[in-house]
Design a protein around this ligand. Sequence first.
Ligand code: FAD
Length: 513
Amino acid sequence: MSRTIKTDVAIMGSGLAGLSAAYRLLKTTDLKVAIFEKRPYQGGVVSNCPMAFMSLPDTPEHMASALRVMGEFTNYAGDLGLARTIFHYSSLLPDIVLGELGIEVEDMIVNDPATFGQKRAYGSGFPNGMDVGDYYFIKGRGQGHAAALVCLGYRRIIESLGGQFYFNTPIQKIIREGDRVTGAVACDKTGERVDIRCKTLLVASGGISDNPQMMKEELGLTRTDDDCSGDGDVIFIHFKNSKETGDGQRAVWEIGGAKGGISVSGHSVVPGPGIVGNIAWMPRNLLRIVQEQPYLWVDANGKRFMNEEMSDQHMAVGAGLYNNPGHCGYIIWDEDTTKRWAKRGVEDDYVYFIFRGKKIEFIREQIDMVKAQGNRHVYHGDTIHDLCEYMGIDEKGLRETLADYNSYCENGVDLEFGKNPRFLRPVREESGQVYAMRIHLGGYDTIGGITVNRYCQVLDTKKKVIPGLYSAGGMIAGSLYGNPPVNASSSFTASCSSGLAAADYMAKEIKGE
Ligand SMILES: Cc1cc2nc3c(=O)[nH]c(=O)nc-3n(C[C@H](O)[C@H](O)[C@H](O)COP(=O)(O)OP(=O)(O)OC[C@H]3O[C@@H](n4cnc5c(N)ncnc54)[C@H](O)[C@@H]3O)c2cc1C
């Protein structure tokens, strides 16, 4: 049994990129648009999550400054032509998101283009390379529904304009006849084959994080659960049913599309029961705040692996952890630091913009509480020996590190990584108690896999355009940021803007312009 669906534009995936493209096509053209989605509803990886986004005002000064920052941040490995497209379309986002979709923002920060790249994007957590526009903090961030409302709003407008959704209908294969892509094959929930005939196809199906085999083959990583209870070495903070299964990447590669760089859209995650809620993104207690702090971080050999000052730049932490044995690290501190938190909080250190803990009290009790829930990633006790035994850290290595590190703290100069002296806090057994927390490599999702040009057209291995085939969203990150892709401009922005851009370029191709 099979049926055929004919449309002008077929879209694979209803995340931010696919929905933005469908919205734009229906708003600005009279083309027929069909959206095929693997899940029973729209939303993709952000069906339910906090959200902040970036928008670049459309002036020459803003564009020039953003391109310079982006080029420097990516070491000129990304396609600045594509970056220009993304930045250009990002200027439309406030009108769409706040205006048409009616989403409320609780905060907005206007940035001077002359100062782009000089601070952590959004104030904390994200690379300076993302500090390229005005920030919008959507109401509901940190409570779990901000982006869901964006996606729901998009769906309502798309349906009202005649766009057709096919849920539970994953695209499995792309059809290329001669040079051109002319359609795709999907399968609906009854198992019936669906032949899709279209003039252009947009692949916007997200990442590969839910596909264990691809994760192993492409990144050498094994996904673990929210508790890190198995032997996995990477944890994702999107929903478990996000269907980031790499179908789009595989289908594009199969018909000759070039592979693009893939990486984990980095974040570090404190694993385990009791620390995070039923979604890894939602913290239950202050241990999540400790994770942001720039004190002593070591690997399983007891050696420091990065300037801990970077703990407020999650992509850098992600890269550091990725390179460690077991793709994890350990934060170590002592009783003096614990007392300091209880008295003065972390305001002289790092206050993360989403989890805004300031005073950290009852840390020992919180560790005991989460341990009682079966969490094996946290520790407090009397000696470095016990700490190392419990956490699996090489004791000799850690003792050597402590001797050096404590002397740096005493002298106020970090001779190993040049960390800002204000973050140099010694770790001493004599303080009465030592503490440790294991931090795993984590990510929002994976990014990359497909190579496109500045018009979001998919390229083959000879960098030639595959006519009729476009891609947008997180999966084009390798073209935008280089290989491996490091998140630079906001992912919300890159996903929505590339979707809007792809819509315009698909319409031009169909109209023969
Ligand atoms: C917890 C969390 C918080 C985040 N917070 C922010 C933030 O504050 N700011 C920011 O800029 N970015 C943030 N991000 C990142 C950003 O949300 C993503 O980069 C972006 O949503 C990706 O959108 P996308 O459309 O490319 O892909 P996705 O959202 O992954 O959508 C892809 C869709 O394709 C579907 N699909 C998969 N296979 C098929 C198939 N075979 N056929 C049809 N459909 C298929 C999937 O089901 C999915 O619905 C966050 C991400 C997470 C997980």
